[in-house]
Design a protein. Structure first.
Length: 493
């Protein structure tokens, strides 16, 4: 990713309010009897992800039949006056028949947890038999709220564990801003501009806080130095001021680059307490450095996800259950490989899995799923780009017998789509309808989408200019950072 330019079973029903503006009553009736009477007006109800569309906005008094279709990727239902359809999977259909006895306005919604709160609700007017109305659509109430603007090119946002107030926002040139209770502090938490080289894909790329940060103040930064080489360094919070970092640090990981691009840059501690680090394949400069040269190599760390314990060794310890610790010639830190430029990943503790946004060469962008109890997967690069053989790439000999893991999701490059920006699994208790969905965008297109656990796409009708990363604070609220210098928070309008 070039930050300077273009280069994701039915639930028990918990009830639904029976709102009628003038105290009108709806009486449930058997759907079979409604279907048998040609005089019964029929309302077509289309459910999509975070929206409900009715074919009309008013109905006459008497019996009304609602024919419901779910076109969404996740389960939704249609509820009105205390009655509802079953939760319908994608493509599911149901009919609900009611009797309107009085004129008034009747609330409808999806009764699935959290869905009414983000817009899957509305009001249907009932009046005199024979009235006709226009289509009614309820839309998502999600919005991206600006928390900070004019901050310079941003690359990441993260919160110390257990801290509901502080959010650290990473700027490409080496600054880390502190936001406390949504307000930017006068002084940055960290300033590394004297050692960071920020241009193109290089810069200060992420920050990760140790699980014992509250007690020890340890955190880790991933950056490219003045020579363009990759560094992971352990730093410490000041013992006298929790809002600033101490000077100095301890080098944990050092990689010498041969080209400027494909640096990866994401770090996150997993539920096992180990640090996971994403490293790009290092780029290419044909013919000296062929495209994908290091993607299938296990003798180096390029094009991999590594797992280390930076607190347990010098400079780090390798967990003894890493999948390649006993393989001769392989780097024991590696827990996934065959990646081109895993710019961002996200570990979801609830599902114990990592979702990786791997930036493609020129044909495909992909999201890969790495279960943390099934480490060691090969995601295919350069044997595959997404699910296809990449054009104009000389495949390594090992591709013929490689056991490759297909992406969870992929999409083709196009005039407006150039580079995937992952991604975070939403766990915001305010936004229950998004719970467990993986939010992502494309750097060029800017639209924010969600991905279901099975790889279905849910458009969210949200957009950000040149989104570079996603993050979350200590309350689970989701943030988007942009190359144009905005910090945006996902909220209800």
């Amino acid at each position: 990713m070039d930050l300077t330019g273009a280069s994701r079973g039915p639930r028990p029903w918990r009830g639904v309010a029976t709102a009628a503006v003038v105290g009108a009553t709806l009486v449930a009736a058997a759907s079979s009897s409604a279907a048998s009477s040609p005089a019964v007006p029929t309302v077509s109800v289309t459910l999509s992800d975070f929206a409900i569309r009715l074919s009309v906005d008013r109905v006459p008094k008497g019996r009304v039949s609602f024919r419901v279709l779910n076109r969404g990727n996740v389960a939704h239902d249609f509820a009105i006056a205390g009655k509802r359809t079953p939760a319908l999977a994608h493509g599911g259909r149901a009919t609900l028949s009611v009797v309107v006895t009085e004129a008034g306005a009747y609330r409808f919604s999806s009764s699935q947890p959290g869905e009414a709160a983000i817009g899957m609700q509305g009001s249907l007017k009932a009046g005199v038999r024979g009235e006709k109305g226009s289509p009614v659509v309820t839309r998502s109430r999600l919005q991206l709220t600006p928390v900070g603007t004019g901050l310079g090119p941003l690359t990441f946002a993260a919160a110390p564990p257990g801290d509901p107030d502080r959010l650290m926002v990473v700027r490409q040139d080496g600054l880390v801003y502190l936001f406390e209770d949504g307000k930017q502090a006068d002084r940055p938490f960290l300033d590394m501009r004297n050692v960071v080289r920020a241009e193109g894909e290089k810069g200060l790329l992420s920050i990760a806080f140790s699980p014992d940060y509250t007690a020890t103040g340890r955190f880790y930064v991933y950056y490219t130095n003045r020579d363009g080489n990759i560094r992971v360094v352990e730093r410490r919070r000041s013992t006298s001021n929790p809002d600033v970092a101490d000077p100095g640090g301890r080098r944990v990981l050092a990689l010498t680059k041969q080209t400027a691009d494909h640096n990866g840059g994401m770090m996150q501690f997993g539920p096992d307490g180990n640090l996971y680090v994403a490293i790009g394949d290092g780029g290419a400069e044909p013919p000296a450095i062929p495209v994908g040269r290091f993607g299938q190599s296990l003798g180096d760390l390029f094009g991999t996800i590594v797992r280390i314990d930076p607190r347990g060794g010098t400079p780090y310890a390798v967990p003894t259950d890493n999948p390649l610790v006993s393989m001769e010639g392989a780097r024991p830190e590696i827990v996934a490989y065959g990646l081109r430029n895993p710019w961002r990943f996200w570990i979801d503790a609830k599902t114990n899995a990592m979702l990786i946004g791997d930036v493609g060469e020129g044909a495909r962008e992909e999201v890969d799923r790495l279960p943390l109890d099934a480490l060691g997967l090969d995601f295919g690069w350069p044997c595959r780009e997404g699910s296809i053989v990449p054009p104009k790439v000389n495949l390594p000999d090992g591709c013929a017998g490689a056991r490759l893991t297909a992406p969870l999701y992929e999409y083709p490059h196009g005039p407006k789509r150039c580079s995937i920006t992952g991604g975070v699994v939403a766990r915001d208790p305010r936004l229950r309808a998004l719970d467990g969905l993986y939010l992502w965008a494309d750097f060029c297109e800017g639209r924010v989408n969600a991905l279901t656990p099975k790889g279905g796409v849910v458009p969210l009708n949200l957009a950000a200019q040149q989104p570079t990363s996603f993050g979350a604070d200590g309350l689970g609220r989701v943030y988007v950072t942009t190359a144009s210098g905005s910090l945006l928070r996902l909220d209800l309008s």
